[in-house]
Design a protein around this ligand. Structure first.
Ligand code: NAD
Length: 292
């Protein structure tokens, strides 16, 4: 009997080891994602994460040159069958209709929208021109409306549900001095997500938000002028900016594009199947409290 038991245990251990070696099915296999702002730091990290989980990814951005470079980067770790790119301006209705259509033609549908294209903008209220104000609303509100409406129509038609994730900002919840146009637009972006979530629920379409705080490494927003301005307004050198934000955070951690990508992936996947109209702040604690 003891011999039989020993044999059973050995057999069971071998079977278990075999199972461990077997490749696990990827969580987004067969899903199609569209990522706006795909040439940027966060967009690229998101695309990389979705690809690694098995999704097919269409990247789009207004900057054609940077978009081509981003696609080449992604192709280093992925098959040409799973990645494509196409330039589009999110504020142009025809571009958005075309990119959603192109995604569907290329990959056979659309399951995940990551609405992430955006800008950074700072000006004190009295220095905010109508042009600055309208640019922020145009890209961050009208652009997000156009992209989500086009994705919504297709997802509804497909009758297979879908998931949208808006990359907004901590500044959509917490006002920041000297950035009223940007903060207001980001707040509207968050509320738009809730409205789309409400209408999408009946069709199995979930809509959630990821709010980053300062993501300096990898972000094109933080190249050049913006970094200089933020450094000057905080009375520090531009090389000290990442350390400044790290020290200011509750967790004393820098937020990276990959951290945003993890949260986007979670919300886009079935792991968040019971979440809609929700927000994840990836901000090292900054939306909850100011530490100085
Ligand atoms: P990024 O500049 O690296 O990427 C943004 C991309 O959006 C750029 O490639 C840009 O060309 C593209 N874009 C701008 N306007 C567009 C338009 N009209 N149509 C299509 N594409 C357009 O910046 P990022 O840090 O990757 O930012 C991604 C998102 O995260 C943005 O919505 C931004 O507001 C938000 N965010 C960023 C930070 C940060 O500190 N990096 C903080 C909070 C929120």
């Amino acid at each position: 009997l003891a011999e039989q038991e020993a044999f059973n245990i050995e057999y069971w251990l071998l079977e278990e080891a075999k199972l461990q070696r077997m490749p696990k099915p990827k969580s987004l296999a067969g899903r199609v994602a569209l990522v706006t702002g795909g040439a940027g730091g966060i967009g690229q990290a998101v695309a990389r994460q979705l690809l690694s989980e098995g999704a097919c990814v269409m990247l789009t951005d207004i900057d054609a040159e940077a978009l081509a470079a981003a696609e080449m980067n992604l192709l280093k770790g992925s098959s040409r069958d799973n990645v494509a790119s196409c330039r589009a301006d999110i504020t142009t209705e025809a571009d958005i209709e075309a990119i959603v259509h192109a995604t569907s033609l290329r990959f056979g549908g659309l399951d995940i929208l990551v609405s992430n294209a955006g800008i950074a903008s700072a000006a004190k209220l009295e220095d905010t021109t109508l042009e600055i104000w309208q640019r922020n609303q145009n890209i961050l509100v009208t652009g997000y409306f156009l992209v989500s409406r086009a994705a919504f129509r297709l997802m509804k038609l497909q009758k297979t549900g879908g998931s949208m994730v808006f990359v907004a900002s901590k500044n959509g919840l917490v006002a920041s001095a000297g950035a009223s146009a940007y903060c207001t637009a980001k707040a509207a972006e968050i509320h738009l997500a809730r409205c789309v979530a409400l209408e999408g629920a009946a069709h199995g379409i979930r809509v959630n938000v990821v709010n980053p705080d300062a993501v300096i490494r990898g972000s094109r927003i933080w190249d050049g002028k913006w970094k200089e301005e933020r450094a000057a307004s905080n009375k520090i050198g531009s090389d000290d900016i990442e350390e400044f934000y790290r020290q200011r955070s509750m967790l004393k951690l820098s937020v990276l594009p990959e951290d945003i990508a993890e949260a986007v992936y979670f919300l886009a996947s079935d792991k968040a199947g019971k979440s809609t109209g929700n927000i994840i702040n990836v901000d090292a604690g900054n939306a909850a409290a100011f530490t100085r």
